[in-house]
Structures are given as structure tokens and as C-alpha cells.
Design a protein around this ligand. Structure first.
Ligand code: PMP
Length: 294
């Protein structure tokens, strides 16, 4: 059985100190837990080095600031803490999860005198985010009934816990129907993203991806855009209607955890997957970039 996340060996960086994993606790009466007053990051270390660590830290601070959380550490302290923790855990390849949340000083929705806590945990059992066989074969997606809200409903650039309820609802919906993932549309009905990744669509030498004006402009998305443009593909950011999906040959998802993951179907539309696809080549190219071996 997979290890649970509360009961493990090792260390967690917690408010500036390393504490034993099993002692990294918080009280159940905390604003972060009750009202999703929290932000987080998702990063990956390859060969002992976090890919785009500074950019993730900057997004972490920006997410916090967006929801009014002042992180009581500097960006360089967080960068060092991440490195020290990976070293202390003796990992080379792992997932990295910085987290900041409002604590137990107050209950209710006022945040004026809330206390803020920060932690970092790392784990090495997300070698692939999806099952290896699903990554190889490609994921099956179903369109979620839950939509990305308009930008004036919730700050969409922040990697904040609150909006993730839309993602967990969508993911549960997909799994309950026997699919691997959910495709979320936005409030206008355009194709937006999957529950923890951005989406790319391939037709010949053209690669299309939705405009991130109400969902996260992922760091992986930005890396992949640079990568495919460098390779001479014509990258187009556009609004995509769901009934246009059938016009594409290949589809893939991008995210720190998901890396590049092929999609074999969305609802009843099938896409090409396998070793002779462009997506497969991009997966290999992306790996070279993140491991610094290109
Ligand atoms: N969208 C959502 C909802 C996500 O959770 C993620 C993962 N952070 C992404 C997109 C991709 O972002 P990134 O490439 O920065 O990991």
C-alpha cells in the first residue's frame, strides 16, 4: 500500500526549523484549513537541483501577496531552505511542496491579525504523477461540469488553495466516471486546462494552447512554449471552443508534476499517441531541459 502523507520518516522545514516529519503538526482550528486561506508551490528537483527554483519561489511570494499573506522569510531564505531540505532528506529527484497558511490566532474571516506559517516538504514517490502505463498510453479526459470562474471572481494567477476545490471536484468527477483526468472549460465555455496542468493541441506544425486569462500560466507551459518555438513550431495562443478539439492530431498536458503527459482522448474524441508522435519527442526534449542534459 502507498505510504500515507502523515506518517513518514524524515524532515519538514517548518517556520524556519527542521522538524521530524511526524511532528510537523498544526491545530485543527486554523484559518488555513477552514477557509482555504493558504498558498502553495509544486516544484521538482532533478539530479539534486530544483528546476526553475527562483521562478517558483517568486510565484510563491506573489501568490501569498495576492491573498494578503506576508511570508515572514525572504525569497533567498526559502530558496536555501528548499536546497537544505533536499540535502537533508538525501534526495536527488523529488517533488517539492512549499506551503504558507493562516494559523490559529483567529477564527472567522477577518485576516487583520492572523498569524502566518510556512512549511516545505519534499517527497520522492511522485516519480510520475500519473501511473506509468497511463503516461505511456495517454490519458483519457472527460469534460468537467465545473468551470474556471471569471478573473474578477477569484485571483487566478495565485496558486492558492481556495480555487483548487474546482480542481478536486473536477478530478473526482472524472475518476468517478472511469476517466484519468478532467478537462475544465472556462466561464465563457472555452477550453481552459486540466485539474493540475495546462493543455496543448497539435495540428501538423501548429501548436495551439488556450490564453491563460482565467487560469494559471504554468511554469511548465512557459518552458514548453519556448521549447517548441525554438524547434520551429508555430505556437498560437488562442481561445479554443470544445467543438474544435476534433480538428487536432495530438493533445498533451503540461505541469510540474505531470511534466508532459500525452492525452489519448477527450470525451469521445481520440488523438494519436505513441512513440512516433510529436508529443513523445517533446517528452524526451523536456526531460533533457529539466535535467540540464540538452
Ligand atoms: N494549472 C493548475 C490548476 C495547476 O495546479 C498546475 C500545477 N501547478 C498547472 C496548471 C501547471 O503549472 P506549473 O507548470 O507551474 O506546474
Amino acid at each position: 500500500m502507498a505510504k500515507t502523507f502523515e506518517n513518514r520518516e524524515g524532515w519538514i522545514w517548518y517556520d524556519g526549523e527542521f522538524v521530524q516529519w511526524n511532528n510537523a503538526k498544526t491545530h485543527i482550528i486554523s484559518q488555513g484549513l477552514h477557509y482555504a486561506s493558504a498558498v502553495f508551490e509544486g516544484e521538482r528537483s532533478y539530479n539534486g537541483k530544483i528546476f526553475k527554483s527562483d521562478q517558483h519561489t517568486k510565484r510563491f511570494f506573489k501568490s501569498a501577496e495576492t491573498i494578503g499573506i506576508i511570508i515572514p522569510f525572504s525569497e533567498s531564505e526559502i530558496n536555501k531552505a528548499k536546497e537544505d531540505l533536499i540535502f537533508k532528506m538525501n534526495y536527488k529527484d523529488c517533488y517539492v511542496r512549499p506551503f504558507a497558511w493562516r494559523g490559529s490566532n483567529l477564527m472567522g474571516l477577518s485576516t487583520t491579525n492572523s498569524d502566518v506559517h510556512v512549511s516545505i516538504a519534499v517527497w520522492d514517490d511522485w516519480t510520475t504523477y500519473y501511473k506509468l502505463e497511463d503516461m505511456k498510453e495517454g490519458l483519457s479526459l472527460i469534460t468537467s461540469p465545473w468551470k474556471r470562474p471569471p478573473p474578477d471572481s477569484i485571483p487566478f494567477e495565485a496558486k492558492a488553495s481556495g480555487p483548487y476545490l474546482i480542481c478536486t471536484l473536477s478530478k473526482s468527477f472524472a475518476e468517478s466516471k472511469g476517466y484519468n483526468e478532467a478537462l475544465m472549460l472556462d466561464y465563457r465555455g472555452y477550453v481552459a486546462e486540466a485539474t493540475s496542468s495546462n493543455i496543448f493541441l497539435i495540428k501538423d506544425k501548429e501548436i495551439h494552447t488556450p490564453i491563460p486569462d482565467c487560469f494559471l500560466n504554468g511554469i511548465t507551459r512557459q518552458t514548453v512554449i519556448e521549447m517548441v518555438e525554438d524547434q520551429g513550431f508555430n505556437l498560437v495562443e488562442r481561445y479554443v471552443k470544445p467543438d474544435e478539439l476534433k480538428n487536432y492530431d495530438e493533445v498533451f498536458l503540461t505541469g510540474t508534476a505531470a511534466e508532459i503527459t500525452p492525452v489519448k482522448s477527450i470525451d469521445s474524441i481520440n488523438f494519436n499517441t505513441g512513440d512516433d508522435t510529436k508529443t513523445f519527442q517533446f517528452m524526451k526534449d523536456y526531460r533533457k531541459i529539466v535535467t540540464g542534459t540538452n
